[in-house]
Design a protein around this ligand. Sequence first.
Ligand code: CMC
Length: 392
Amino acid sequence: SGFVTLDPGYKNTGATQSAITFLDGEEGILRYRGYPIEQLAEKSSFIEVAYLLIYGSLPTAQELEDFSNRIKRHTLVNEDMRKILDGFPYTAHPMGILSALVSSLTAFYPESLNPNQTKDEVDLTIVRLLAKISTIAAWSYKNSIGHPVIYPKNSLDYCSNFMHMMFAYPTETYEVNPIVIDALNKLLILHADHEQNCSTSTVRLVGSANASLYSSVSAGISALWGPLHGGANQAVIEMLEEIKADGGDSKKFIAKAKDKNDPFRLMGFGHRVYKNFDPRAKIIKKSADDVLSALGIKDPILDIAKELEEAALTDPYFVDRKLYPNVDFYSGIIYQALGIPTNMFTVMFALGRMPGWIAQWKELRENKEPIGRPRQIYVGEKERDYVSIEKR
Ligand code: CMC
């Protein structure tokens, strides 16, 4: 059946043509629709970046207002969704809830299952997802602490409304702090897309079977949950806390990471594509300093992280393998400073990645890409005859 090239992990296989995100791993360049990530992180807002990724160009003031208002109109989730949420024990990881509830949107909006939706219908499906994901994300956290859910407050902008649903209770009102909201916008922008990574490829692969946007993104959330992917931001903080509890000796953990008999890896280090630096990590490191000092927080794990980075960057093991801090190395420190609990870090990543997943799913559909179907090289048994059970 023809010649099959083996490429485990798709290290050199391009699966698609895409006009969304440009990434140069050697030079450390990342651009959304041509705009450098540094400029977007500095000047844009998350909702503006979402529009840019999904529709291809920066919105006019009117387009941005319309888009933002449309999202606000759809932040409420069906009351029956609460019953599904109530079925989860408080021990449920918020990522599992997120994936399940996004999948369950297909039940409330069965029209999303139609692969031949009109452009307007697809737009509505998209707006619903962007709007409801912040409500679902905040509710998944409320479930984990056994608190009642907080309904969206649509007078607030996207990020402030999310923080309101996270923290309004028990203090009743959430005091919007512009430093916090700016930091959150920046983090979500930095996570908004990253071309054909594991979760995005998952979204495209599932979508290529003409599955709905909600099912495709639900699969993407499951992929992102893995500790080698988005789950790394939670793993980084856990690692830094472990180092702190152990007396703060970063050298010892560097040695563990280098030991091939020890499964321990330096979480937040290394990247499949970036081989000189991760441009997102540069921005986040500076932001961690700025945000912590603006909020008047002195967090010893920030010092441990910097020490660890310095030690690794001068160690031949990491230098030879071109292992640098990635986006997740400092993001958790900022999330912690914003009051976001550790088990929500990967949910924050999913919230940020949502526009990217949506844009990639939409592009796949518009380009009418064929169903994804990798091949294999079979290495199993040759043909053999069935042996009856009494003769085995
Ligand atoms: N600590 C110690 N050694 C490492 C690490 C690490 N974090 N990352 C890679 N290596 C070693 C690895 O053992 C291998 O060594 P050798 O050549 O001696 O066998 C070499 O470096 C190449 O690594 P690889 O696993 O073949 O590289 P990959 O491209 O398959 O994996 C990675 C990339 C990100 C999964 C990996 O670097 C890793 O596990 N990092 C830690 C987890 C992490 O931070 N993930 C977040 C990625 S960025 C956010 C996102 O987009 O998801």
